[in-house]
Design a protein. Structure first.
Length: 236
């Protein structure tokens, strides 16, 4: 069995202990950080496969922790644990690079199911070989997507993407010119059923534009098709 290590970041001892108990029952190893600075330091060790991150933390809050870790290139699923349902917080959190939200209070079964789903998808994205007949490198004006190495280069310069961002770009660029709905994108990249009011695809598209587009405000590659979805323009 593949060892799985989850970092729990929460200043509430009771909640952290409950979460750890649920995960240990599934043979997962857990660690604990009680504030933002400790979370940043522990994440840097590179030993973790997933992070459960509380929003309200002493020191840097969960959003700031997530932003800093993604800016440093940390590539693992980050799931927020939060009692705040405000849509602005959700968009902000996902826009900073979080993979999901788990709302408090939550059931043990739901928590474990979400953790397992994200671990499975990340491992699949990291290990997925190219499809039969698919070229190893997708080349477009000013942009190269190396499917074998899971690397992206813009004008020859490497662009650091998370596994989720790479999977999203790969899915869109694999069908240049084709309009793909949010539902199609979510089911393929996240591997779960799509809910109509979910902002996940939108905010990940925005993050991807910030990384690969010369001018994210006027995208060349990732185009919005209003009322339908998104289209990758291979002409750049």
């Amino acid at each position: 069995m593949q060892e799985t290590r989850v970092l729990i970041v929460d200043d509430d001892d009771a909640i952290a202990d409950i979460v750890a108990t649920y995960l240990r029952r599934e043979a997962m190893e857990t660690g604990r950080a009680a504030d933002g600075l400790q979370a940043l330091a522990m994440a840097e060790t590179g030993k973790w496969h997933l992070m459960l991150l509380d929003v309200m933390l002493p020191g840097p809050d969960g959003f700031e922790v997530c932003r800093k870790l993604r800016a440093r290139g940390l590539d693992l699923p980050i799931l927020f644990l939060t009692a705040r349902s405000d849509e602005i917080d959700q968009v902000l959190g996902l826009g900073l690079g979080a993979d999901d939200y788990i709302m408090k209070p939550f059931s043990g079964a739901a928590l474990v199911a979400r953790v397992k789903a994200h671990l499975r998808r990340y491992r699949e994205m990291k290990q997925a070989p190219g499809a039969a007949g698919e070229p190893e490198i997708l080349r477009f004006p000013g942009l190269e997507i190396d499917l074998a190495a899971c690397e992206v280069r813009r004008e020859g310069e490497a662009v650091p993407l998370t596994a989720r961002e790479f999977a999203l770009l790969r899915f869109l660029a694999g069908s240049p010119g084709r309009v793909l709905t949010k539902g199609q994108i979510y089911r393929s990249v996240w591997g779960e059923e799509f809910y109509a009011d979910d902002n996940t695809v939108q905010v990940h598209i925005r993050r991807l534009r910030e990384k690969i587009e010369p001018d994210p405000a006027v995208p060349r590659y990732l185009l919005t098709v209003r009322g339908l979805g998104y289209r990758f323009d291979g002409r750049g």
